[in-house]
Design a protein around this ligand. Sequence first.
Ligand SMILES: C[S@@+](CC[C@H](N)C(=O)[O-])C[C@H]1O[C@@H](n2cnc3c(N)ncnc32)[C@H](O)[C@@H]1O
Length: 234
Amino acid sequence: MKLMGDDQLERSAVVANCRMNRERGLLGSNGYSKELGFDPLCFLVARLSAGKPLTWLDLCCGSGKALVEAAEVVNTEGFDLHIVGVDLAGMFRCPRPSRPCLRLVEASLTTWRPDAPADLITCVHGLHYMGDKLGLIGRAASWLTEDGLLVANLDLANLKLADGRGAGRRVTSDFRRAGLEYDPRKRLVVCRGRRVVILPYRYLGADDQAGPNYTGQPAVNSYYQPNHAGGRSL
Ligand SMILES: C[S@@+](CC[C@H](N)C(=O)[O-])C[C@H]1O[C@@H](n2cnc3c(N)ncnc32)[C@H](O)[C@@H]1O
């Protein structure tokens, strides 16, 4: 199978799909709190202490609707919070008037890096469209504050070994070894506190013809070569 590189993948119809849901709000049945199992804004507000601003970084933020809604509350309540959203498509909602606590960045997460650690990092149904999903999970874990929290939707069925077999089971064990948690019921990968995550895989490329995953939307399969220097054989 011919695998795709990042440039080709980012131009593909699956990643540019205009029917994918980029419009989740903060709360409710089409909201971040339902997908993540907690309200991101409540999580941060509970951690606020005087003189210490907190940061929420949302990867693959889509239109940024949830972030705009959160920014309105932050503005009204005067919370000391910064909200940063990053998305490839740049199809952002623009709050009127603009809110200084909110920054929406059009960029690819294959190359983008934050300029400061984040107290909360979320990625709501974004990893399904990334090529190197494990690479982004590892980088995001390193972007956390010491006691920060990373939560991202991940379908293990979209992780493949070079010969086409599923990589999900062995990746879950390697997540555990690396200090990450995976909740198979909610299909969420979680990292508590900043970590250097070394997962023993080499990214080979992506297949945008994987078909729908558990979300019902066409997703991207990511192919990996286990790195035997990491210690284990198949
Ligand atoms: C299903 S949408 C989810 C959007 C938002 N999190 C929500 O739930 O409303 C997935 C998003 O991932 C973005 N995306 C895909 N590949 C990306 C990449 N390489 N870098 C940044 N964003 C990417 C897409 O543009 C899309 O907006």
